[in-house]
Design a protein around this ligand. Structure first.
Ligand SMILES: [Zn+2]
Length: 294
C-alpha cells in the first residue's frame, strides 16, 4: 500500500511538472497575445542565421473554404479538411506571420518566430469568414486576405463588417486588384487604376496600410511589376508553386496552393517538401499548369 501511495504521488508530481512545461511551451509559441515571450523566442538570432535556409517560408494559398459553386472545384477546400490542416499547423508548432512581418524580416532583418508560415486567401470569399475564421480564431492563427475591391459585399463574398472584424482579430488586408483582370493583358495605362487607386481607396475604407498584392490568375509582366513597384508595395505573391524566399524577388514570391484534393495528407506532404523549392522568377505572365484563381 505504501508503495502504491508513492507511485501515485510520483504520478501526481510528474503530471504537475510536465503539465506546466506544456503550458509554458504553448505560451512561448503563441502566435500573438504574449508579446514579450513571442518577441524573445526565435529559431535563430538573425545575424547567425543561414540566410537562404532561414528565410525559406511557406506562404499557403487558399481560395474558398466550403462546397464548390464553380467548375474550379480544386479551389474549394472542404471545411473539415481545413480545420484538420489548421490543427496540423498548431501541432507542428507553426507560427502564422503576416506578409508585412515577412517583408520586415527580409528587408530590415526583423526576427521572425520559429517555424513561420503565412496563410493567404485570394478573392475574399464568404467562407473565409463563415468557415475559416471561426477555426482560426479558436486556434489563434491569422491570415492575409487578398480582396478584389469591386467584389467586396457582393453575393458569396466578404462584406465590410466581416472584413473589419477579421482585421480587428489580427488578420492582414492584401490587394487583389480592382476588378480581377489578368494584369499582363490589360493596357498599361489601366494598371494604375487596378493596383494603386483601388488600393488607396481600400486603405481609407478599412483604415489600414496595404502593402502586399496577389496577381489575379498569377498574371504579371514587367509593366505590371513596374506599376506595383511604383505603388510602393513591399511584397507581391504569385501562383508559382514552392516555398518563398527573398531571392525570388519581393514582388514575385512563390506560394503553396492548398487544393480540395489535398486533404490532410497532401497538405502535410507539401509542407514537408521544403527541399524542392527552386528559385524561379517568372516574367512570362501566365502560370503554367496550375488552376487559375477564381
Ligand atoms: Zn483571384
Amino acid at each position: 500500500m505504501k508503495a502504491f501511495s508513492r507511485i501515485m504521488l510520483l504520478v501526481l508530481v510528474m503530471t504537475l511538472v510536465f503539465g506546466s512545461v506544456r503550458v509554458a511551451h504553448a505560451r512561448i509559441y503563441h502566435p500573438y497575445g504574449f508579446d514579450t515571450h513571442y518577441r524573445q523566442i526565435y529559431c535563430q538570432p538573425a545575424e547567425e542565421a543561414d540566410f537562404t535556409e532561414h528565410c525559406r517560408v511557406p506562404i499557403l494559398m487558399y481560395h474558398e473554404i466550403g462546397e464548390p459553386f464553380t467548375e474550379h472545384t480544386e479551389l474549394f477546400v472542404d471545411p473539415d479538411n481545413f480545420e484538420r490542416q489548421m490543427e496540423y499547423l498548431v501541432e507542428h508548432d507553426y507560427n502564422t506571420v503576416s506578409m508585412a512581418e515577412l517583408a520586415a524580416h527580409w528587408l530590415e532583418s526583423e526576427p521572425l518566430p520559429s517555424n513561420p508560415i503565412v496563410i493567404t486567401f485570394d478573392d475574399g470569399f464568404l467562407g473565409n469568414y463563415t468557415k475559416a475564421f471561426p477555426v482560426m480564431k479558436k486556434l489563434e492563427l491569422t491570415a492575409t486576405i487578398y480582396v478584389v475591391e469591386e467584389l467586396i459585399g457582393s453575393e458569396r463574398y466578404l462584406n465590410d463588417s466581416m472584413l473589419s472584424e477579421m482585421l480587428e482579430a489580427g488578420f492582414e488586408l492584401g490587394h487583389h486588384t480592382k476588378t480581377h483582370r489578368e494584369l499582363s493583358n490589360i493596357p498599361v495605362n489601366e494598371l494604375e487604376a487596378e493596383v494603386k487607386c483601388s488600393r488607396d481607396r481600400l486603405e481609407d475604407r478599412f483604415d489600414v496600410c496595404i502593402d502586399t498584392i496577389a496577381y489575379p490568375y498569377g498574371s504579371y509582366n514587367e509593366a505590371v511589376l513596374e506599376a506595383v513597384s511604383g505603388a510602393d508595395y513591399a511584397t507581391g505573391v504569385t501562383i508559382e508553386e514552392g516555398f518563398a524566399s527573398e531571392e525570388q524577388g519581393m514582388l514575385t514570391l512563390n506560394r503553396i496552393a492548398v487544393l480540395r484534393s489535398d486533404g490532410l495528407e497532401g497538405f502535410s506532404e507539401k509542407l514537408e517538401s521544403r527541399n524542392d523549392n527552386e528559385v524561379k522568377v517568372n516574367y512570362c505572365g501566365q502560370k503554367r499548369g496550375l488552376v487559375p484563381g477564381r
